[in-house]
Design a protein around this ligand. Structure first.
Ligand SMILES: Cc1cc2nc3c(=O)[nH]c(=O)nc-3n(C[C@H](O)[C@H](O)[C@H](O)COP(=O)(O)O)c2cc1C
Length: 195
C-alpha cells in the first residue's frame, strides 16, 4: 500500500456526497466543478479494485455524477456512447455540453446485471458501440476505447471514495429490448458505481 495521504483540505468527496437527491427531469444539466480533488493518482491506482456489493441506501448526488462522467470523455466523436442507468431512469451522456438526456423513465438497474451485487449500485454505465462509427474489423478500436474510459471512471470513482466494478455478465437481450437499441448499436459491457 502506498503511503499517499489526502491533504486535510480535501472536502470534495464529502461535499459532493452531502447534496440532497435530485428529481428525474428529462434534461439534467450537470453542475460545473473545479478539478480540484487532490486525491493522489498513485493512491487511486493502488486502491482501485473491483467492487461487487454496494450500499443501496444512498443514491449518488448530481455533483458526484458530474465528476464521474467528466472523467471518461472530453470529446463527443467516440464510437462509444454512454448510457447511465439511475433511479430516475436511463440517460444518454452528452459530453458537449456536459449533460444527461433521459431516454427511459424506468429504473432498470436491477435488470442489467446477472450478478445480484451489481444490482445495488447507485449508477450503472452502459457502454454502447455505434457500428456506424466503426465498421467490421475496426470494432476492436471501440473495445480499446471502452477499456480506457472504464479505467478513467474507475480512478475517478476511487478518488471520490466510491466503489466500482466493470461487468460483462449482463442480461444483454433484455436490456437491448428495454432500451430499444437498433441492430447497429451494441450493448458491449457495463460498469457499476456506488457507495
Ligand atoms: C472486460 C471485463 C469484464 C469483466 N466482467 C466481469 C463480470 O461479468 N463479473 C464480475 O464479477 N467481474 C467482472 N470483471 C472484473 C474482473 O473479474 C476483475 O477486474 C478482476 O478480477 C481483477 O480484479 P480487480 O479489478 O479488483 O483488480 C470484468 C473485468 C473486465 C476487464
Amino acid at each position: 500500500m502506498l503511503q499517499g495521504t489526502v491533504p486535510e483540505n480535501n472536502t470534495v468527496p464529502e461535499a459532493a456526497a452531502a447534496e440532497p437527491p435530485f428529481s428525474g427531469q428529462d434534461l439534467l444539466t450537470l453542475p460545473p466543478f473545479e478539478k480540484n480533488n487532490p486525491f493522489p493518482l498513485e493512491r487511486a491506482l493502488t486502491e482501485r479494485k473491483t467492487v461487487r456489493s454496494f450500499d443501496p441506501g444512498r443514491t449518488l448526488s448530481l455533483s458526484e455524477i458530474s465528476r464521474l462522467l467528466w472523467a471518461p470523455s472530453a470529446r463527443a466523436l467516440y464510437p462509444v456512447d454512454l448510457l447511465v442507468a439511475l433511479p430516475q431512469g436511463v440517460y444518454r451522456y452528452e459530453s458537449q455540453p456536459h449533460r444527461l438526456v433521459r431516454v427511459l423513465t424506468e429504473d432498470i438497474r436491477s435488470r442489467i446485471p446477472v450478478q445480484s451485487g451489481f444490482k445495488q449500485a447507485g449508477l450503472i454505465v452502459l457502454y454502447i458501440i455505434d457500428r456506424e462509427k466503426v465498421s467490421g474489423a475496426d470494432l476492436g478500436w471501440a473495445d480499446l476505447e471502452i477499456g480506457c474510459i472504464g479505467q478513467n471512471l474507475f480512478l475517478e470513482a476511487t478518488a471520490l471514495g466510491l466503489g466500482s466494478g466493470i461487468f460483462a455478465y449482463i442480461n444483454t437481450k433484455e436490456v437491448t429490448k428495454l432500451l430499444g437499441l437498433k441492430d447497429n448499436r451494441i450493448l458491449r459491457i457495463a460498469q457499476a458505481v456506488g457507495p
